[in-house]
Design a protein around this ligand. Structure first.
Ligand code: ADP
Ligand code: MG
Length: 601
């Protein structure tokens, strides 16, 4: 099996991890069932490090909780000093920025590494095996220094970062290479928690290229939360937002975020914070209209970046606008995007998961896990036809790469037969009745003695998985064709597994039945011939030889009534052997007769 390459969206607000499993890109959930992990790291007073939702819950518990640490990846202290951040910023090694975590210096890479370590462990737990390789996404605007820092974070987490890809490229991959024609242009509008970015990509011979990108690292869902929180403070009219302590402010922001998210689906939402301060209870109702008015200016700014990016890309129109990022769930955002680009945006992608999924797809393409499954399809089960005695005759074995073609020749079972039913079967069992019938076709042929008429059967599966069965009467050259839509390839994993398991479970019985049937068919052919031969050969063969053939034929007849496949098979073989001498005498006799007829004539 190809070595796993996990795909990771290391987001400012949220992160996710996934892998290609059995040919499908999937995201992996942690032990709590969550596929989305808040990009939060808590450094406890006891030195313990906690990541994700658990880290967020430790805010206010004495330690340091870092959120949105990604903002400082690859930054210089001189550029960011004085920023308002959840922990103090300090100057680290060589002028790089570092976080002061209870007196200990921690770099942004180290914080990201904790998140990556956690995601790696989630993947390993789910998969039950260790993983060493990863694809990590970064914003399109990340410079070399920021990309190198991200790579280093991966290495600190014990991952070999096989490739860094940009978030819009990943989102475009998740949207689907297959849905776009070559040289089509796609816009990825990504409105997340802390940042906004919009990119124009072009698909060139199967590869997405970012041709322009624009955005703002201070324009995200967090800003919307702050706007709503300030409005609440004004409404209550008792305290000032800027005057709130860290703890109160966080409580308020957490509460308004829920209100904001609720307003995506409802017209109104309640903000309730009992005993917010001393005996002050906050109890407000917020209508969607009010919220939309509050955030209008903020959302309009994203529109300006959209126009900017089109200008930078030097294009006037695009083929698709794909929305990703949690904040694109807001109805007003979708409306604005529609207005700016003059088309309904594509909302087929999961806003929180598309970027990670794209990274997973890229990983699958590199490891081979996707190429094998998606581009080179194989037949999940064997395909064949029913032959004499109800046996399955496999024409295309399971796991054959498609497109493919195979054929075989069959003869009539009965003398003067005028047609033959070709039953197209799918499955792994020896007997036709235990497999699935995909279709049947009646093939007519010229009347002939038993075993004389010949029918060629050919199976062909094209790239789309369509099975075409062609039956040809060899004598007349007449074809009968049956096309079976994708059933040959489109079988659910469960039924494939069931079929394969059954074929293993019944392997012994199935094989015995096949051996018995084949021996029976041979006996049915042999016995009448033996009888006719004995009648003709009279006098020219030793009596004891003839008696031996008789008793051997009787043994075969008796075994036909039983069920012992191996005994029947060896009895038939013995009879076949014994009659060789008789057959030779008969041939000689026939030749003599022919010769004397010739001499007489
Ligand atoms: P990032 O890419 O920055 O890590 P995400 O794409 O995960 O972030 O987006 C997180 C943001 O999406 C948060 O601000 C969150 O409040 C917002 N969000 C999530 N769901 C909704 C919703 N239903 N309505 C509005 N905003 C939402
Ligand atoms: Mg994101």
């Amino acid at each position: 099996m190809a070595e796993d390459i996990i795909g990771i969206d290391l987001g400012t607000t949220n992160s996710a991890v996934g892998v290609v499993e059995s040919g499908f890109p999937i995201l992996l959930a942690d032990s709590a069932g969550q596929r989305i992990t808040p990009s939060a790291v808590s450094f406890g007073v006891d030195g313990g490090v906690v990541v994700g939702g658990a880290a967020l819950r430790q805010r206010g518990a004495g330690g340091s909780v870092i959120t949105s640490g990604k903002r400082y990846m690859g930054s210089r202290y001189a550029e960011v000093r004085g920023d308002d951040f959840c922990v103090p910023l300090v100057e680290g090694v060589g002028g790089a920025v570092a976080f002061d975590v209870g007196g200990v210096m921690v770099t942004p890479e180290e914080v990201s590494a904790e998140i990556l370590k956690y995601l790696k462990s989630v993947a390993e737990e789910r998969l039950g095996r260790t993983v060493g390789k990863a694809i990590i996404t970064v914003p399109a605007y990340f410079n070399d220094g920021q990309r190198t820092a991200t790579k280093r974070a991966g290495e600190l987490a014990g991952l070999e970062v096989v490739r860094i890809i940009s978030e819009p490229t990943a989102a475009a991959l998740a949207y689907g290479l297959d849905k776009l024609e070559d040289s089509s242009r796609i816009v990825v509008y990504d409105y997340g928690g802390g940042t906004f970015d919009v990119s124009v990509l072009e698909l060139r011979s199967g590869v997405f290229q970012v041709i322009a990108t624009a955005g703002d690292t201070r324009l995200g869902g967090d800003q919307l939360d702050e706007i709503l929180a300030r409005w609440c403070c004004d409404e209550v009219g008792v305290f000032d937002y800027d005057g709130l302590g860290d703890f109160d402010r966080q409580r308020l922001l957490d509460a308004v975020r829920l209100v904001k998210e609720a307003l995506t689906d409802s017209d109104r939402a309640k903000l309730q914070l009992p005993f917010f301060r001393d005996d002050l209870n906050i109890d407000l109702e917020v209508g969607r209209g009010v919220f939309e008015r509050l955030i209008r200016a903020e959302i309009s700014r994203t529109g300006r970046y959209c126009k900017q990016v089109l200008l930078d890309a030097g294009v006037t129109g695009v083929d698709k606008v794909v929305l990703v990022g949690g904040s694109t769930r807001i109805p007003a955002v979708r409306e604005l995007v529609g207005e700016v680009f003059g088309m309904d945006p594509d909302v087929s992608q999961h806003p929180d998961e598309a970027v990670a999924l794209g990274a997973v797809i890229q990983g699958g393409m590199l490891s081979g896990a996707l190429r094998e499954m998606v581009l080179l399809d194989v037949t999940p089960l064997s395909l064949g036809i029913e032959t004499l005695g109800g046996l399955m005759n496999v024409i295309i074995p399971r796991n054959t790469t498609i497109p493919c073609k195979a054929g075989e020749m069959f003869t009539n079972a009965v003398a003067n037969q005028e047609s033959m039913v070709v039953r197209v079967l799918q499955g792994e069992r020896e007997m036709a009745r235990d497999n699935w019938e995909l279709g049947r076709v009646d093939v007519g042929f010229s009347v002939a003695a038993r075993g004389q008429a010949r029918v060629g059967v050919q199976f062909a599966i094209d790239e789309d998985g369509i099975l075409e069965v062609l039956a040809r009467d060899v004598q007349t050259g007449e074809d009968t064709v049956l096309a079976i839509q994708s059933a040959a390839v489109d079988v659910s994993d469960d039924s494939v597994e069931q079929m394969v398991t059954e074929s293993v479970d019944y392997a012994f019985d199935d094989m015995a039945e096949r051996v018995f049937t084949e021996a029976r068919l041979k006996a049915e052919e042999l016995l009448p011939a033996v009888e006719a031969g004995l009648a003709q050969v009279g006098g020219e063969m030793a009596a004891e030889d003839m008696a031996e053939i008789e008793s051997s034929a009787d043994a075969v007849r008796e075994l036909l009534g039983g069920s012992d496949a191996n005994q029947l098979k060896s009895a038939v073989q013995k009879l076949d052997k014994l009659t060789e001498h008789m057959a030779a005498i008969l041939v000689e006799k026939a030749m003599e007769a022919a010769l004397s007829r010739k001499l007489e004539g």
